[in-house]
Write a protein that binds this ligand. Structure first.
Ligand SMILES: N[C@@H](CCC(=O)N[C@@H](CS)C(=O)NCC(=O)O)C(=O)O
Length: 214
């Protein structure tokens, strides 16, 4: 029997959110743990842009955008209704994820990895990123999750990036007034689902015995 193949990297926020959707959907796949400085040739052949995650379906279809891979998984099975936010439309949910993946990610990278850029002030980019942080925090004053009283695709698509933002300067984040966001993040990080997708696997090499998960 052949399972979908997921090229993944444990700490990559895009791969993380894809694994969250796979585990929630209960999809069994072959996990190939990638080391970014030593990417497998087969992954690059499937997807020349060579970013993780890369999903290869049994029929050979390749999905190499994490959000598309999440939606593919949830279209197979969505037991917790991630695709139907309780207090918002799907379009509003997509829009929130788009802000995260676009503007927020740009500032997050320049805050977290300022030394990789020329002439970048990390504090400036933290302040810019804080606009979305404040907006998410305001949402969480109204309900427990970003778009309602249960978590949806947006919570899991965005959480790995907020985790990175928080971890960049944990003492600063913990001392902010964004208590709703702090509680939301802590709850998701403490979940059984998150623990499951953060299990460690050795680097995959062609010819290895397949790692079938979950
Ligand atoms: N838009 C892509 C972005 C994926 C991405 O940028 N992944 C990073 C790791 S977190 C990567 O593989 N970068 C390529 C590299 O570092 O060589 C997605 O959503 O899947």
């Amino acid at each position: 029997m052949s399972f979908p193949v997921l090229y993944s990297f444990r700490r990559c926020p895009y791969a993380m959110r894809t694994r969250l959707a796979f585990w929630s959907a209960g999809i069994t796949c072959e996990l190939r743990e990638v080391v970014l400085r030593d990417k497998p040739i087969s992954m690059i052949n499937y997807s020349p842009k060579a970013s993780v995650p890369v999903l290869v379906l049994a029929q050979g279809t390749v999905i190499d955008e994490s959000l598309d891979a999440m939606i593919w998984a949830l279209n197979q099975s969505d037991p917790d209704h991630w695709l139907s936010p309780s207090f918002a439309s799907v379009a509003q949910m997509r829009a929130l994820i788009e802000i995260n993946d676009g503007e927020f990610k740009e500032h997050l990278d320049r805050y977290k990895y300022a030394d990789r850029y020329v002439d970048v002030d990390p504090d400036h980019h933290r302040q810019e990123a804080e606009r979305l942080i404040a907006e998410l925090n305001a949402r969480l004053a109204a309900h427990e999750f970003l778009l309602g009283n249960r978590p949806c695709l947006a919570d899991f698509a965005i959480m790995p990036f907020i985790r990175q933002f928080a971890n960049t300067d944990r003492a600063w984040f913990d001392a902010t007034q964004y208590t709703g966001l702090q509680t939301w993040l802590a709850g998701l990080l403490a979940s059984q689902l998150f623990a499951s997708v953060m299990m460690k696997y050795p680097q995959w090499h062609a010819g290895d015995q397949p790692t079938i998960v979950p």
